[in-house]
Design a protein around this ligand. Structure first.
Ligand code: PTJ
Length: 263
């Protein structure tokens, strides 16, 4: 691993989190974990994050809580991991998987064996013993999907009732919904097809989402099943996305009338 070009001090730089993610993604690109397109995707997410103020907005907090409830109630939850997620959130995914018993499956848009090998190495180093989506013997195809994302594990996503899909594309989100799965998306773009078609869309940075989801699961685990069920079923994704957009438009309007200030 190369030495970072810049020394990032969280206390000194106002955008330290974003710089840290950029650094991790750059290193992942060099080691072959990430594709160049992953940097472009991150940049799009980062642009939205800038507009949200680089923090978790109230609507996202509600979505995280509903997602945590769904994961607790699930029989077979699976977390889908791509190059971006493995680059910035492997340890968090491992902690979430350990806490909930959710399986972790590699699923790539730009799929090749070398990347699968590298990503599974990173996930194992983070503490995930059985990484799914690696062994071709268990590979199945999602019908109607033409991209490489159609390849799923018969023990994982194929059988799952709840699938967590950070940084996903709209086609697979729609296919998973058609297969009857409850889909939890993490996507900073509230207007993406993924956000619009998921069952629960968390509009926030994956790096911030995972620790909050872990906290929520620990909190919800102290409630009764009935209480958890109410939190899960009272969530309305379209209404939540509307409040995300309303937050965004109000913030942009406030910023555009402000004379000075950092953002
Ligand atoms: O590793 P692979 O081969 O599976 O490829 C992964 C990428 C991300 C390159 C691939 O899935 C892709 O091209 O994704 P899209 O269609 O660009 O969608 C990525 C979505 O994730 C966009 O809507 C971004 O706004 C959003 N996004 C980017 N970074 C983050 C994010 N959402 C949450 N947290 C982020 N850090």
């Amino acid at each position: 691993m190369r030495t970072p070009i810049y020394n990032i001090s969280p206390r000194l730089h106002p955008r330290a989190e974003s710089l840290r993610s950029r650094e991790m993604l750059s290193q992942s690109l060099e080691s072959g974990l990430l594709v160049p397109q992953g940097l472009i995707a991150y940049g799009r997410g980062e642009a939205f994050d800038y507009l949200f103020g680089e923090r978790t907005i109230p609507a996202a907090r509600i979505a995280i809580r509903a997602a945590a409830a769904r994961i607790i109630l699930a029989d077979r939850p699976v977390i889908s991991v791509n190059g971006n997620v493995a680059s910035v959130a492997a340890k968090g995914v491992a902690r979430l998987s350990k806490l909930t018993g959710a399986d972790v499956e590699i699923n790539l848009f730009y799929r090749n064996q070398e990347r699968i090998r590298r990503i599974s190495g990173v996930l194992r180093d983070a503490g995930i013993r059985d990484v799914l989506g690696v062994d071709p013997a268990y590979q199945r195809r999602i019908p109607e999907l033409s991209s490489e994302r159609r390849r799923v594990d018969s023990r994982g996503i194929m059988k799952a009732d709840v699938v967590v899909i950070p940084l996903e594309d709209g086609d697979r989100t729609e296919s998973l919904r058609k297969m009857g799965k409850l889909v939890i998306a993490v996507d900073l773009n509230p207007l993406s097809r993924t956000s619009k078609s998921a069952s629960i869309s968390i509009v926030d940075d994956i790096v911030r989402v995972i620790p909050q989801m872990i906290d929520q699961i620990r909190y919800l685990n102290r409630l009764t099943n009935e209480e958890i069920h109410i939190i899960a079923t009272s969530f309305n994704n379209s209404a939540n996305l509307r409040s995300v957009l309303s937050y965004l438009t109000k913030r942009i309007s406030r910023l555009s009338t402000k004379r000075q200030g950092r953002k």
